[in-house]
Design a protein around this ligand. Structure first.
Ligand code: LLP
Length: 430
């Protein structure tokens, strides 16, 4: 295949017999069987990513609590529960999903800046491992709710270490001036206050500085800040037993150098390795992003103002990251490019009525013809979970591959499904 043409750079996505396969399943055959668009995931790729992390962290004994906001399909969650992962969740809905997937409360971490009364009750009823608290008012609310239920809530304080993660502004969370965590300066005072509340069992700290961080340096800086804070708190006679290191580990959206997991593990070891705390981490994207793709079909090609638009049947409602963050997902034609073919510039767009409904301008795709299938790669994280039904487009189906088998793990939503929530008042004037 000519060198300038894009080919999959992620594990378990390979051309076999002239067609893209996920593990040993032909994507074209799935497309023929179930219709497009659909998300497709490799179970082996997910397992391999967990193993990569577990191996790197071996001597540190870190509990992985998968951030299920990245992808909360029950079948994927079950794989992760089976591998011994816990789960990081941020809503009552995610709590119910995690329970349905078989995660015990003891392996759940409940994060998020805006937990409602009902969500706090549900978390306490489920016996979650800990609630990660982000404000004084939230602390007080949890204390009151736990007291009313005759319970004690196990809590860690999420602090904002004021470290720039060097990532996209919309997904950075650990600098001054954003809504996340308790400010570094206020942390000792708030920690002391929390330790005095009678229905709060304060056990430690949490930190999360952002997402898609590709360099280990910001992580190291934030872990150093946490280590310093642990010393300050202990010097004041306060107990710190647990540290939650958050997520944020970056993935390869193009064939670029990989996130250095060993360097990340070393940064933990060197900054927090001897602090005597139980460690948890909350990776989401790292575990599922590269394991998934969105498969779509070319509807039309159209020339306009010297540009070729290739219109596909998936849109920004199915994969929102390009429209929302200007993110670029790699695109691979399902039919393997031949030696004779060369790249042709194309602007890959969806059918939604917005100019932001674009997957990007590609210069490394072979010619795409009507009815060709295309995969948008590295879409296993924040793809399906962020999709919407904009333009009355039902949520797409999801497929899980294991070896040479595949399973429909979410059926296509129908328009009838969408309409069932609505009522038309036929009696009055509205
Ligand atoms: N822990 C906390 C407290 C978080 O807020 C997040 C992500 C994670 C863990 C997991 O982060 P990860 O390991 O996946 O980077 N929709 C955006 C990403 C938003 C991330 C929000 N928080 C995107 O598509 O890039």
């Amino acid at each position: 295949m000519p060198k300038d043409l894009l080919r999959p750079h992620v594990e378990h996505f390979v051309y076999q017999k002239g067609e893209l396969h996920v593990e040993d399943v032909s994507v074209r055959e799935v497309a023929r069987d179930v219709g497009t668009p659909f998300y497709i995931y490799s179970a082996s790729a997910i397992r391999a990513r967990v193993k990569l992390l577990v191996d790197a962290m071996a001597s540190l004994d870190v509990q992985i609590c998968y951030a299920m906001k990245a992808n909360s399909n029950l079948s994927l969650l079950r794989i992760l529960a089976g591998l011994g992962c816990g789960v990081d969740l941020v809503s009552g809905g995610e709590l119910e999903r995690a329970q349905a997937a078989g995660f015990p409360g003891a392996r759940m971490v409940f994060s998020g800046v805006g937990k409602t009364h009902e969500e706090i009750v549900a978390a306490l009823d489920a016996g979650v491992h800990q609630l990660n608290v982000e404000s004084v008012e939230e602390l007080v609310a949890i204390d009151e709710i736990a007291g009313a239920l005759g319970k004690v809530a196990t809590v860690v304080l999420r602090i904002n270490p004021d470290v720039d993660a060097g990532t996209h502004p919309k997904i950075t969370t650990g600098t001054r001036g954003n809504k996340f965590g308790i400010s570094y300066q206020q942390a000792p005072e708030v920690y002391a206050l929390a330790s005095r509340l009678s229905h709060i069992n304060l056990v430690g700290l949490a930190v999360h500085i952002g997402s898609q961080i590709t360099d280990v340096t910001p992580f190291r800086k934030s872990f150093e800040r946490v280590a310093d804070l642990v010393k300050v708190l202990r010097a004041e006679g306060l107990t710190v037993e647990r540290l939650d290191l958050g997520g944020g580990l970056g993935v390869a959206y193009s064939p670029e150098p990989r996130f250095d997991v060993d360097a990340y593990a070393n940064a933990i070891r060197e900054t927090l390795g001897d602090c005597g705390c139980a460690l948890t981490m909350e990776p989401g994207r790292f575990i599922v992003a590269e394991a998934g793709a969105l498969v779509t079909k070319v509807l039309y090609n159209k020339e306009a103002d010297g540009e070729t638009f290739t219109i596909v049947d998936a849109g920004m409602n199915d994969l929102m990251r390009p429209a929302l963050y200007g993110a670029t997902h790699p695109a691979w034609r399902i039919k393997e490019p031949t030696e004779q073919e060369s790249a042709v510039p194309c602007h890959l767009v969806g059918p939604v009525c917005e100019s932001s409904d674009t997957f990007g301008r590609f210069t490394s795709l072979p010619p795409l013809e009507k009815s060709d299938f295309v995969a948008l790669g590295v879409a296993g994280a924040y793809g399906s979970t962020m999709s919407s039904t904009y333009n009355a487009r039902p949520l797409v189906q999801e497929v899980l591959v294991e070896g040479n088998n595949y399973f429909l793990i979410r059926r296509k939503q129908t328009v009838a499904d969408l309409l069932q929530y609505e009522r038309v008042n036929t009696e009055g004037s509205i």
